[in-house]
Design a protein around this ligand. Sequence first.
Ligand SMILES: *Cc1c(COP(=O)(O)O)cnc(C)c1O
Length: 230
Amino acid sequence: MLADALSETLQSLDNTAKSANRPVPRLLAVSKTQPAEAVAALAAVGQCAFGENYVQEAQIKARALAALNLEWHLIGHLQSNKAESAAEVFDWIQTVDRHKLVVALSRYRAADCPPLNVLIQVNIDDEASKHGCRPEEISALAAAIAAEPRLSLRGLMAIPAPHADPGQQRTAFRRMKTLFDELAAHHPQIDTLSMGMSGDFPLAIAEGATMVRIGTALFGARAPKPSPTA
Ligand SMILES: *Cc1c(COP(=O)(O)O)cnc(C)c1O
């Protein structure tokens, strides 16, 4: 049951944070590929923040569930030509990695909405195939975001490359925490370091994640094979 999965996950975040002597992170429930009904079921037991990878998929669910007042986060790559819809649908964009997006999001965020919360996505393992800015680009992007009244700079996000060796996995999270602390020295209002997924959240929490993004551990595996009918 989703309610059980939620309480087990929250308990696990709590235990991990306490044993690592860290604050308990916020849970972002990653609802990509899940139907609106599954989101509503989690919302009914108290979960209010949901992460989606695609603008259009989120738009459909957010409209269907508008009455629930949920908080929607974009955690997938954002193309500039989708910035207008993204600025309308989401409360948070976790994947801002270039100046062009800063300009587009701020242009399209409606004046009667609260400022759009923004995280800068960092390509922490310098993978050619991954989105995210390089660490040395963070401070200029942060300054551009902070200068836009329609945007609110909240912190950093990363999707480190999976490492079989937990020590190496930890290193990427630790480097993110260092970058976060350096950014906070110039932007003391930032409060969010989004890192850690179902497979690696304990390491991320131990290194200082303030938000973890969890899909599989909550909803079960995505795109399950159809069950045999015979
Ligand atoms: C899918 C996804 C997650 C959740 O992954 P799980 O392994 O299912 O917990 C977290 N972050 C991002 C960016 C994702 O795309």
